[in-house]
Ligand binder design. Structure first.
Ligand SMILES: [Fe+2]
Length: 472
């Protein structure tokens, strides 16, 4: 087939500036702490994944859905920090490296490479893009994609093999699995352009299948579902009207269509598989990321960063898209979706203390916009914490940095407090840092700022993995 031409990366805000991909893979010990001090009781590794195309993309580049995965890892021990980074080496990346250029066109092109381009084994396959998140379960590090295959990673970031989720999701799972802190179970889902459109799965702590795949009735609609939430007893899947539409591709349109007439629907599903799914309906909104959910006497409470007015990006005259941190109340006896805004400003990537996944939580942290207006989507210049009981906001305004998702790291000295860590890049000189903030007051000067010996491009999601968690 004729491959589309390489794009002009200089015109893409997610391939330039703080987002510009790097090609170097390095490992450096004992990094320079340029401010503060690394807490000496922290022992573990912060890993962060993100799209980092090895070669100039062909035809288009859709952030945050495309690109090779590159994982950056900071290991803390005895107050010192080590750094290493590596591509997630998929078969597609290996074949492209042999060719010296990209071979898989953008997902938006609707085209796949043939045997003359990539050989018989990979001909007509979709590109694996485990570039969105990284998780640790059954003693294994897993690099996660949106809907393509997930890959197991070694502690030193070597790519091992495909993670098939106990054999139940060999095609891959969504990028935001949830691990129940009480049971050690991993709950995840996958969505597809054809039936079965949406399925969920529970893995035991040892990685074997406990339940599933279980199919959710989407009314034969191929919804795109990026994230979900769990409680102790329920699974919460929000079907927002971003729909995969092959008919639109056939007529020259985008595969992803926003269809607000469908409204938004939320399914509350018993994790046990016993009992009915309760559906709730409401006006259309979009969620990239949930912070958490928990059981209440009446049903379920969910917290998420929501987006409304999504038509604003498509048609003049509409209000621009608007982000809010919301509590979404789902009463078992009502089919309504009741949304209550707690905080409003450009924000994304909500995180909590993962030890409270599925349980009532109080604090949420997000990447949030402060004084720098010029950052592309997915980049922020501050970290905002929200007390979800009082609505109190506490904001860390960086000094001209571009930064991403804050990840909670528990303090061994406290059952509730800890740190938020993230990578940050100084926009004035493009130097990158690992920043440690105190979770009880992120507005203070960081606990530590550690210089990274190379620029770390803006990425997506990360995880804190305590020492001794891998390979058990
Ligand atoms: Fe995500």
């Amino acid at each position: 087939m004729t491959l589309p031409p390489p794009i002009d990366i200089t015109k893409n805000p997610h391939l330039t500036g703080a987002f510009e991909p790097i090609q170097t893979e390095i490992a450096v010990d004992d990094l320079e702490v340029v401010q503060g001090a690394i807490p000496t009781d922290l022992s573990g590794t912060y890993l962060r994944n993100g799209p980092n195309p090895r070669f100039t993309p062909l035809g288009a580049y859709v952030y945050p859905m495309e690109g090779d995965g590159m994982i950056h890892a900071i290991t803390l021990e005895d107050g010192k920090a080590n750094y290493r980074n590596s591509y997630v080496r998929t078969p597609m990346l290996e074949v492209e490296e042999k060719a010296g250029h990209a071979l898989w066109p953008s997902i938006m092109s609707g085209a796949l490479p043939g045997p003359e381009d990539v050989g018989q084994d990979l001909a007509w396959t979709f590109r694996d893009m485990p570039s969105i998140n990284v998780a640790c379960h059954h003693g294994t590090l897993i690099a996660l994609a949106e809907t393509t295959k997930s890959y197991r990673i070694s502690p030193l970031l070597a790519t091992l093999d495909v993670e098939d989720f106990g054999g139940a999701f060999p095609q891959g799972a969504a990028a935001h699995p949830k691990i129940d802190p009480a049971t050690g179970e991993l709950i995840t889902f996958t969505y597809n352009i054809e039936a079965p459109f949406l399925q969920w799965l529970v893995l035991n702590p040892d990685g074997t299948v406990k339940s599933g795949p279980n199919t959710v009735d989407t009314g034969n609609i191929a919804y795109m579902v990026h994230d979900f939430a769990i409680t102790k007893t329920k699974i919460v899947l929000s079907l927002n009207p971003a729909v995969l539409d092959m008919a639109a591709v056939a007529s020259g349109g985008s595969m992803l269509q926003w269809k607000p007439d469908l409204g938004s629907k939320i399914a509350v599903i018993p994790r046990s598989g016993q009992g009915p799914t309760i559906w709730h309906d409401g006006d259309p909104f979009w969620v990239w990321h949930f912070a958490n959910a928990f059981d209440t006497q009446e049903g379920v409470e969910v917290q998420a960063v929501t987006w409304t007015n999504l038509g604003g990006g498509l048609a003049p005259g509409f209000a621009p898209p608007k982000a809010a941190f919301e509590t979404i109340t789902l009463n078992d006896r009502s089919s309504n979706i009741k949304r209550n805004s707690i905080a409003e400003r450009p924000m994304e990537f909500p995180r909590i203390d993962d030890r409270l996944t599925g349980l009532p939580h109080r604090q949420v942290a997000v990447g949030a916009r402060g004084t720098v207006d010029s950052l592309p989507t997915g980049a922020f210049d501050g970290v905002l914490t929200i007390d979800t009981q009082t609505g109190t906001e506490t904001f860390y305004q960086s000094d001209g940095m571009s930064l991403g998702e804050p990840c909670f790291v528990p303090s061994p000295q406290s059952e509730t407090d800890g740190y938020y860590v993230t990578f940050a890049t100084k926009l004035s000189d493009m130097t990158s840092y690992f920043v440690v903030l105190a979770s009880d007051d992120v507005s203070q000067e960081p606990i530590a700022t550690v210089k990274i010996p190379q620029r770390v491009p803006m990425g997506l999601h990360g995880a804190w993995v305590p020492s001794g968690s891998i390979g058990s």
